[in-house]
Design a binder for this molecule. Structure first.
Ligand SMILES: [Cu+2]
Length: 143
């Protein structure tokens, strides 16, 4: 006969396994979402990016070189703070902004063709960085 204590122990063990699996499951496999910008009547490429735990959508943004870009970026509301970083001085892009659920406009003009990473630089203690969890993308600058 199983004792009450054994049953409780077994139950807690199952709960632990379930919790672990659920935690693993909240890290989605990143899939690619592409946005190809067009030049608006105001001469600016307007790009909308939404982020959250742990993704950017779209995560591949294609823009034209030497044309101003305005990224409008927001993240889903929640307790986890996020940022948007693009450190590509070779293309004249230096972005490091805290994000919130209120859309923020970030402007720059890419000056060189190439692929430049954008990502969230946040990281909690010993956990994987948000970037490693999938909060990253590529800014592709084309002719
Ligand atoms: Cu983040």
């Amino acid at each position: 006969m199983p004792t009450m204590k054994n049953i409780v122990t077994f139950f807690l063990f199952c709960l632990g396994i379930t919790g672990y699996v659920a935690c693993r499951a909240d890290t989605p496999t990143p899939s690619e979402t592409v946005y190809q910008s067009t030049i608006a009547a105001d001469g600016v490429q307007h790009v909308r990016i939404e982020g959250g735990s742990y993704f950017f959508k779209p995560n591949r943004v294609i823009v034209h070189v030497n044309v101003p870009v305005e990224l409008t970026v927001s993240v889903e509301s929640g307790l986890v703070p996020h940022t948007l970083v693009i450190q590509s001085p070779e293309a004249g892009i230096a972005v490091d902004e805290g994000l919130s659920s209120e859309a923020k406009a970030i402007r720059f003009t890419p000056t060189a063709v190439g692929n430049y990473p954008f990502y969230c630089r946040n990281k909690l203690l010993f956990f994987k960085s948000h970037r490693e969890k999938g909060m990253e993308g590529v800014l592709e600058v084309v002719e």
